[in-house]
Design a protein around this ligand. Structure first.
Ligand code: LLP
Length: 426
């Protein structure tokens, strides 16, 4: 019933994650609720490791910034792609060592550059303007920062336009033709030492060909850098491998990705005479299918369609609203029942666009039932907000028959945290 998602099963009409009944989880911890399978998380990382034994896997923390999840990945040997000082501080706490952290970003604040320098992590530089500024500050502070140059490879992966990042027109990276010259300049500037090339072409990419094309381009650029006397110690190809969200739209595996890019990497490195460490930055393909989001049905309104009004909205899971994304829905306490009707699942937010799932065939549901949204582990909680005075939900980690809170639910006091009424208004 759940395909390759062996951490999910239906037992006696209830959805289980590992050996825990999701109806029990909803009752014990309340809804909405994010629930992650530890065994699936480890297995996903190990699948990458088997496919790319010699490459570093830098988990993209923006996909899921939960400390316990990062700790598990750290223990599995993951590094981290971080995009802010907040993400840097959390991965440090999770136990990821500085040698395996890359500080990315097209618009880093000044204090973030300083924090990254002081933490001793490598920085991916997005433009020559950033390179110059970084050189000035690093040399003033007496640091020598190892930098990657982020390349805009001008590759057009077939994905939602909002998450295609390697197009010429996107805000990310340095144009391919400018890279060699910039690398040379970085070699001459004080305070910075160029050590690698970096790119990321987009997310939820369902084919491996764009990655192969990107690898060829990166190798062409590596060649041009070697020609000007540069040394490439790291080649970072980014993340972006998609997952199967819809039952009939399959995705490629890390193994497919390895088969498509490693032969190019190996042969071209040999041809150019370089031995860089390969880095990958997977986010979604490590965490998405580890996690389900449980939401309680408040009521079903029979209007021109059947609206199943639930307690999670785009404040809880933003992807459907932002990208028209599909998340498969299962009725937790009716998991073996045949579909009886068609429902549009909507949240509590005061916007018409607050639709989590459209036209889904589900068993007969009503007040008190619980729905599970599958594949919610990537860009799920990490993009949740408090819009409309909605506290963000709890997160639970399941391992076998154990279920532990890894983030407490917020409450109304969290909504007020840090707010002040100026004395003159008291
Ligand atoms: N590296 C860099 C530099 C990135 O910008 C990203 C994602 C990744 C790695 C990880 O990509 P992944 O393996 O997860 O595809 N919120 C959107 C996705 C945004 C992706 C942003 N960058 C969504 O929910 O689909």
């Amino acid at each position: 019933m759940f395909g390759s998602k062996i951490h999910l099963s239906s037992r006696n009409n209830h959805l289980f994650i590992e050996d825990v009944d999701c109806a029990f989880l909803a009752e014990k911890f309340g809804t909405p609720l994010y629930v992650t399978s530890e065994s699936r998380l480890k297995e996903n990382f190990r699948t990458y490791h088997r496919a790319f034994p010699d490459a570093e896997k830098y988990f993209a923390v923006k996909a899921n910034g939960n400390l316990a999840i990062l700790r598990i990945l750290a223990r599995e040997g993951a590094g981290a792609d971080v995009f802010s000082s907040g993400e840097l501080s959390i991965v440090s706490l999770a136990g990821i060592s500085k040698e395996k952290i890359l500080f990315n970003g097209n618009s880093k604040r000044w204090d973030e550059h300083i924090m990254a320098m002081e933490a001793g992590v490598r920085i991916s530089v997005d433009s020559h303007e950033e390179l110059d500024l970084l050189s000035q500050v690093a040399s003033k502070k007496g640091h020598e920062v190892e930098v990657f140059l982020r390349i805009n490879p001008d590759i057009s992966p077939k994905t939602h336009p909002k998450i295609a990042t390697g197009l010429k027109t996107s805000k990310f990276g340095i144009a391919s033709e400018d890279v060699a010259e910039m690398f040379k300049r970085a070699m001459q500037l004080p305070g910075v030492e160029p050590v690698g090339l970096h790119c990321h072409i987009g997310s939820q990419i369902l084919d491996v060909l764009p990655f192969a094309e990107t690898m060829q381009k990166m190798m062409d650029i590596a060649n041009s850098v070697v020609d000007i006397g540069g040394e490439i110690r790291f080649l970072d190809i980014g993340g972006g491998l998609g997952i199967q969200y819809m039952p009939d739209v399959p995705a490629k595996t890390p193994d497919d990705l390895a088969k498509s890019i490693l032969p190019i990497f190996d042969s071209r490195c040999k041809e150019i005479g370089i031995h860089p460490k390969l880095i990958l930055e997977p986010g979604r393909s490590i965490v998405a299918d580890t996690t389900i989001m449980l939401t309680g049905v408040n009521l079903v309104k029979r209007a021109h369609v059947n609206f199943a009004a639930v307690d999670a909205g785009f404040n809880t899971l933003a992807r459907p609203m932002l990208y028209d994304a599909y998340h498969h829905v299962v009725a937790v306490n009716k998991a073996d029942e045949q579909p009886r009707d068609v429902y549009t699942v909507v949240g509590p937010i005061c916007e018409t666009g607050d639709i989590l799932a459209k036209d889904r065939r589900l068993p007969e549901i009503g007040h008190g039932d619980v729905l599970a949204f599958l594949d919610a582990g990537a860009y799920g909680f990490s993009m949740a907000s408090q819009y409309n005075g909605q506290p963000r939900p709890a997160e639970v980690l399941v391992s076998g028959s154990r279920a532990e809170i890894i983030r407490e639910a917020e409450d109304h006091s969290t909504l007020l945290a840090g707010q002040r009424i100026p004395a003159r208004l008291l």
